[in-house]
Design a protein around this ligand. Sequence first.
Ligand SMILES: Cc1cc2nc3c(=O)[nH]c(=O)nc-3n(C[C@H](O)[C@H](O)[C@H](O)COP(=O)(O)OP(=O)(O)OC[C@H]3O[C@@H](n4cnc5c(N)ncnc54)[C@H](O)[C@@H]3O)c2cc1C
Length: 387
Amino acid sequence: MSTLAAVSPGMQVELAPEQREAQRIFRGWVDEHVVPHAERWDRDGAIDRSLIDELRRRRWLGAPVAAEAGGGGMDLVTYGLLTEELGRGCSSVRSLLTVHDMAALSVARWGSPELRDEMLAPLARGEVLGALGLSEPNVGSDAARVETVARKQGDGYVLDGHKKWMTFGQVADCFLVLAQLEGAATAFLVPTDAPGFSRSAQEPPAGTRASLLAELHLDGCAVAARHRLGRVGFGFSHVISSALDHGRYSVAWGSVGIAQACLEACLDYTAERRQGGKLLREHQLVQQMLTEMIANSRAARLLCCRAGHLRRTGDPGATAETMIAKYFASRTATAAARDAIQLHGANGLTDAYPVGRYLRDSLVTEIIEGSTQIQQISIPLMVPADL
Ligand SMILES: Cc1cc2nc3c(=O)[nH]c(=O)nc-3n(C[C@H](O)[C@H](O)[C@H](O)COP(=O)(O)OP(=O)(O)OC[C@H]3O[C@@H](n4cnc5c(N)ncnc54)[C@H](O)[C@@H]3O)c2cc1C
């Protein structure tokens, strides 16, 4: 696997020794604990709950939250490597980290001192599971226009609305929810024991089938004043935007993982199957497809490394570079998965090989955290031509 990381914009160097060692550990762990079970989880529509305990025990839930706040304090490129490996093994597992860390980082950044005292350390250690409660039956890409409403009541707030597509919503303990408070988009952290909160399991979709999706029903759901995140009216522009920025970083790396998994599956398959008197990988048209996979997955990884470096240094261009990384990596994953099925022939369309799952999971990466089309209309507005 490529081990290039960016240390400054446009410059690539080898990973630091400790990052390389972390990558080795992540890879070995995923090969042992995730890869052998991923097909079953996909079929069953659920990961094993014991895996969540193990991720918690390893401090991989909340890994990017600062160590002073109780989190793993993991540097962002190392976190990317972890996310890539989890994405290589099972996109549903990767998606757990994505949404949990979106919620934990939001509390760290936007929570009131009282909320941080109450929730940050447990979230940062993964003892309390967080998730993202943004989308609704009528609201997806245009997320600032959620229909869920909040109103002030006494010292706190009451929320009414219906949320859909919550990743790991069946098991999360709290949700980062966007609602309209007197017409101004405002964010809240809604705990699942709040009065008026209920949830129902959703049927597993075609991709990331094991991610325990849920719908949320907020019927006069009462939360304390300290559960508001950020200022009134800053819910989308600041709180959700920064959460989605992290989510895109995570999905970008997870997409690299899918592309890498496709490549590895194809290298194995084409080295074993013979047609026309030689191994598949000895046919030039097959080599061309493998080369596309190799070059594009490396390019995607480098874009992710560059975004990670810019994020770590607090560069103002980090959000735009993260969008580019997510855009390129998710499309790379989809293209690699389609080619992987093609290279497996009819076998690629059966459950005997994982490439069908890779395609279904890759399609999700082009929809969530801002679809491919939303990136296409956003990136030109954010990135100066001379970068
Ligand atoms: C597996 C899975 C997990 C998810 N997990 C979560 C979660 O944890 N929390 C959560 O809040 N949500 C979650 N979602 C929902 C996800 O965020 C939305 O699906 C996403 O925002 C897209 O919204 P939509 O599906 O309603 O599509 P729509 O917004 O209706 O878009 C439909 C199509 O129109 C295109 N389109 C939309 N607007 C424009 C435009 N302005 N210009 C050009 N094209 C446009 C889109 O790109 C897309 O192709 C999840 C979805 C899936 C599939």
